[in-house]
Design a protein around this ligand. Structure first.
Ligand SMILES: Nc1ncnc2c1ncn2[C@@H]1O[C@H](COP(=O)(O)OP(=O)(O)O)[C@@H](O)[C@H]1O
Ligand SMILES: [Mg+2]
Length: 357
């Protein structure tokens, strides 16, 4: 199997509005380069253009503009079967009148491989996906998780240059979904195949991806490794879409390289990390994650405890500071002082764990 790099260049899709309103800009000039063997996830809320992007890569949807390159070739004008892509659908789309073996062998038969070659490939993929022994069952005689594996096996057996997934785990129960994340990622790594994975589930994106592309209204909001998008979200949208984020608003009073002095909540906060140039007097948003904060008897900012809830691995606090709401996850609360709701306390945090946008 030869994994290929995938480049999306200024890709655009406009749907005419059948009901007379404005056309829908489903995908709005997005560009990205995906390396051979890389696992990239398109993440965003419903309607942000994930499926449309994936379907344009697969050739099920015609772009309005831009280009798609797989390996060293433009595939924009190729029919789906000529593209060297394979898709795993949310609904699995298995052939109900065929057994597992024939479902997986189907594409190879169309390619007119000999039955000996087909058998070798199908048996190999059955083993890789943990389906050995089920090959003669029909699709209604296996579980949802197993159907999902068959869908994956059927795509993998074609040895495509890139494997496309559209919310493949949505129909599984929560526990199986978490198990299948690891499973899919493990198989993808073993085979070394390039993968583009679509989900609206941030935990899925975080746990599986080499890189995450956050989409909003058909545009790329942010692209980066899970660590980059989690620790350095570049917008309030990204910060809220991945995990929980605390934000407060301030004014920049000075900048020294990648550090700001920010006047916020009656304090002068020094050495706030940042990734761009700010003007003096410019308004900014400071972001910090709940687990980087703690509630103390003394600390940076005076607060009132609004809510204090034992969550097992952490104590969940909601604080009010000057009308701003803060969420705090105090990890391993067993031997810590627990503040009750209604009590006065202080929010403490390390400025190095914040950043300004
Ligand atoms: N065939 C279509 N005709 C008109 N509008 C469409 C069509 N398919 C999708 N859209 C619109 O394009 C936008 C993006 O849709 P989609 O790519 O399915 O989003 P996602 O997969 O992120 O939920 C949405 O506003 C959706 O309503
Ligand atoms: Mg979709």
């Amino acid at each position: 199997m030869s994994a290929k790099g995938l480049s999306i260049i200024e890709l655009e899709k406009v749907y005419p509005n059948k009901h007379g309103g404005k056309p829908v800009h489903a995908v709005d000039h997005i560009s990205m380069d995906i390396a051979p063997g890389e696992f990239v996830t398109l993440l965003g809320p419903s309607g942000c253009g994930k499926t449309t992007t994936l379907r344009m890569i697969a050739g099920f949807e015609k772009p309005t503009g831009g280009d798609i390159r797989l390996g060293d070739q433009s595939i924009r004008y190729l029919s789906p079967d000529k593209r060297d892509t394979a898709m795993v659908f949310q609904t699995y789309a298995l052939f109900p009148n065929m057994n597992i073996y024939d479902n997986i062998a189907y594409g190879l038969k169309i390619k007119k491989l000999s039955s000996a070659e087909i058998k070798t490939k199908v048996m190999g993929i059955l083993e890789l996906t943990g389906l050995t022994g089920l090959e003669w069952r029909h699709t209604n005689e296996i579980s949802g998780g197993q159907q999902q594996r068959v869908a994956l096996a059927r795509a993998l057996v074609m040895e495509p240059g890139v494997l496309l997934f559209d919310e493949p785990l949505s129909n599984l129960d929560a526990k199986l979904r978490i198990q299948m994340r690891t499973e899919i990622r493990k198989i993808q790594r073993e085979v070394g195949i390039t993968a583009v994975y679509v989900t609206h589930d941030q935990a899925e994106a975080m746990s599986m991806s080499d890189r995450i592309v956050i989409l909003k209204d058909g545009k790329i909001e942010q692209m980066g490794t899970p660590e980059e998008v989690y620790y350095s979200p570049n917008s309030e949208f990204s910060a809220n879409f991945i995990g929980t984020a605390n934000m407060f608003y301030g004014t920049v009073t000075a900048q020294q390289g990648s550090r700001l002095t920010v006047s916020a909540m009656g304090k002068e906060l020094e050495n706030v990390p940042c990734y761009r140039t700010f003007k003096t007097g410019e308004k900014c948003t400071v972001i910090v994650r709940p687990e980087a904060c703690s509630v103390k008897e003394n600390g940076l900012l005076e607060a009132k405890v609004i809510l204090s809830t034992f969550m097992g691995s952490y104590q969940l606090y909601e604080l009010d500071i000057d009308g701003n709401r803060f969420t705090v996850h105090e990890n391993n609360p067993k031997n810590k002082h627990i503040f009750k709701s209604g009590e006065k306390a202080f929010l403490d945090l390390d400025i190095a764990d914040t950043h300004a946008i």
